[in-house]
Design a protein around this ligand. Sequence first.
Ligand code: NAD
Ligand code: UDP
Length: 323
Amino acid sequence: MRVVVTGAAGFLGSHLAERFLVDGHSVIGVDNFVTGSRKNVAYLEALGGFNLVEHDVTVPIYLDEEIDGVLHFASPASPVDYLDLPIQTLKVGSLGTHNMLGLAKKKDARLLLASTSEVYGDPEVHPQPETYWGHVNPVGPRGVYDEAKRFSEAMTMAYHKYHGVDTRIVRIFNTYGPRMRPGDGRVVSNFIVQALKGDPLTIYGEGQQTRSFCHVDDTVEGIVRLFHSDFVGPVNIGNPNEFTIRKLAEIVLEETDSASTLEMLPMPVDDPQVRQPDIAIARELLQWEATVSLREGIRKTLPYFKIEVESGDARARTILDQF
Ligand code: NAD
Ligand code: UDP
């Protein structure tokens, strides 16, 4: 197969592109580097079978090659990034998704959309099954990401129903692992960088809010299984083991053997208070569930961040850096 991966220079896109290459397929990566990294692309190029098209997917793209699949992963994904890039985030979810659906239609290719647990917003149903419609503030700061993804799901279903495009939607829950940008501002990368540097770990609010963290190897396996399945409806992919942010800080401090202290910062506006995937559909239809525990996943992730920190310019980025 030949597949297009948008966002291939980013964290998840680069792991997914790698998996398709390792499985013997060729990959066209499309990225404009707004939050991606040239290092990730160099790594993929070294594997062979990978070509980069430097392009902003909010602009239509014309490719000569036959294409079997489009995996649409381009979008800022860290809250600090999408609060910095609100218009770009809305455009990549709307115009970018429209363009990628157009490409899939023209090439008669299967399109898989990277959606998110953020479509559930600050959820009033817990854990969150795919049937839950969500609790999103459209005019709050996070609305730019949440509503872009909700629109992209609606556009994907419209192309499926009215144009017969073969589509899949994955709702990804918090994923972490090597190749996250050290300064992308998400909690796992922040805490690991802060702990390795001996800086205080920045906890927002009291740290009692929860997330369910999934190691990237598990997430990629779930996405690949969904891509090859027949299931059109949205599917949650995430690790149901739920932790408070304070507990995550403790685990990171233990695993890094760090003497860093904790620093309390204000809770960001509309920050979801709980989040846990109901993965009954993934279990039943994809025979998938996460296998890597949080502690084990943090251990697998540390060598990458140690190299980044030793290189000298890795620096965590918090909600305060936006103002
Ligand atoms: P990332 O920021 O590391 O990667 C995003 C990539 O998209 C970057 O390389 C960026 O340059 C590229 N991009 C952004 N806008 C673009 C545009 N207009 N044209 C071309 N390229 C563009 O983020 P990530 O964590 O790898 O997330 C990838 C996808 O997965 C996103 O769609 C995100 O919403 C989704 N997702 C991720 C998570 C997670 O925990 N990592 C959770 C839910 C959903
Ligand atoms: N968070 C934190 N300190 C940080 C970064 C994030 O306490 O330095 C919290 C944030 O308030 C949220 C959780 O960690 O409750 C997860 O944040 P992240 O940015 O990783 O992703 P989100 O799940 O909010 O999209």
